[in-house]
Write a protein that binds this ligand. Structure first.
Ligand code: ADP
Length: 399
């Protein structure tokens, strides 16, 4: 989320900059809120704001509710935005040497609005969000500290927002999934009765349809299982322990050996995988999702391979699962992490929930998840965790 553009070299006493950093709380609050002028119909709101805010977008404006938002920007002009959803925010830290001993540091923020097909429809630039003048010297160190502070601030800010939204969604998903189970069990029961008591009368065609009903009931049952799993992540966490990632990756590969052998897939686990202080079950779920997907979406490769390894990046750990399977089109690479999103045209069975569960596990530990892929060539799924969230505090004390 943070993009650095800091280049100039100047020296600043840290104290002066701290005040500026502390002021971040105010900075976010001065970004104006929009005001809903009128709700014309269910999907149409008219909104006013001097600039379209991105940090304090009111709850009422969600993609679901407002398909069209009209923004009256300082009464200058009105435009229509399809899906008024901010999908990308970046903050830039910039400096500019004013005079010989004086440099201006400022923060600029950019937000992008989501268009019809998920493309950036509009870019909003806030320049500068805040600025401060500092004497020139030692700027590199200071900018580094600033970046860390802003990152931390942003992480916290978004985490709180996300936690609130996630809680609402979780309880909704949990209730709905539970309520769906009951009629589903009845359906299954009636299908059994039909088969046992009227099997003869049904004939071949009737039995075929009954089987299809059963298959569909199973499908919905899988959906509900996945949804319940999704809503449980973060709710009821098993205890943390020291987990050797190499060991878990191997365990998952062993558990999936039937499928892997069937497709003659070679699994290579590198020896740079770390140990995490984490919930073991969750580590298993992450690898299980990545490896089973790599196997499922392998296609007809001549030399099918899955490679798993990791890298120590000083402040964080990077872990990846790479395959040489069917790959994922570029415009789908973000979407597949959303619930029920599957790449267009995949034929393999699935619910489209696995990666959402994985994302949720990773993000609830302050980690990041992404994929790099090329259609027809393969995919690499990455996860990265700050060391501070995956290390055992007890060990640290002993060090
Ligand atoms: P599911 O596999 O049940 O559809 P997931 O959430 O695990 O659900 O994955 C979402 C989608 O991402 C899949 O439907 C598939 O299109 C794509 N995908 C995931 N992993 C891979 C992979 N290793 N190679 C190609 N496509 C993948």
């Amino acid at each position: 989320m943070l993009k650095e553009e800091a280049e100039a070299i100047i020296d600043v006493p840290l104290d002066e900059v701290w005040d500026w950093v502390k002021n971040l709380e105010n900075i976010t609050s001065i970004i104006p809120r929009v005001e809903i002028i009128e709700k014309i119909e269910e999907n149409h709101l008219i909104v006013r704001g001097d600039v379209l805010p991105f940090l304090n977008l009111p709850d009422e404006i969600t993609t679901g509710e407002a398909k069209t938002i009209e923004v009256n920007e300082g009464k200058k002009h009105t435009r229509t935005i399809t899906e008024g959803k901010i999908y990308k925010i970046e903050t830039f830290l910039q400096c500019e040497e004013r005079e010989e001993n004086e440099t201006r540091i400022f923060m600029k923020a950019e937000g992008e609005l989501k268009g019809k097909a998920g493309t950036a429809l509009e870019k909003l630039v806030f320049l500068p969000v805040t600025e401060t003048l500092v004497p020139s010297a030692r700027i590199n160190d200071i900018l580094q500290e600033l970046k860390e502070n802003i990152k931390e601030y942003m992480r916290k800010h978004w985490k709180e927002e996300l936690e609130k939204k996630t809680k609402e969604l979780e309880s909704f998903v949990y209730t709905v999934s539970h309520d769906l189970r009951t009629p589903l069990i009845s359906l299954e029961g009636f299908a059994d009765i039909l088969s046992e008591e009227y099997g003869e009368e049904l004939g071949e065609e009737g039995k075929h349809y009954l089987e299809r009903i059963r298959a569909n009931v199973d499908k919905i049952d899988n959906f509900i299982d996945d949804l319940l799993q999704l809503s449980r992540v973060g709710r009821k966490e098993p205890p943390k322990e020291d987990v050797d990632l190499e060991e878990v990756a191997q365990e998952v590969a062993d558990d999936l050996s039937t499928e892997l052998e069937e497709k003659e897939i070679e699994v290579k686990i590198g020896n740079n995988l770390p140990s995490f202080y984490f919930e073991r079950k969750r580590v298993y779920q992450i690898f299980s999702n990545f490896i089973s997907n790599a196997c499922k979406y392998m296609g007809d490769q001549e030399n099918p391979q899955i490679r798993i390894d990791g890298k120590d990046k000083d402040g964080s750990w990077l872990v990846w699962v790479e395959d040489n399977g069917i790959g994922i089109a570029e415009d789908q690479q973000e979407k597949i992490f959303e619930v029920f999103q599957r790449e267009n045209r995949v034929e393999e069975e699935g619910t489209g929930v696995g990666l959402s569960i994985t994302k949720k596990i990773v993000e609830s530990h302050d980690g990041e998840i992404w994929v790099e892929s090329e259609k027809g060539k393969g995919s690499t799924f990455y996860i990265e965790f700050p060391k501070s969230t995956v290390k055992n505090l007890e060990d640290e004390k002993e060090d």
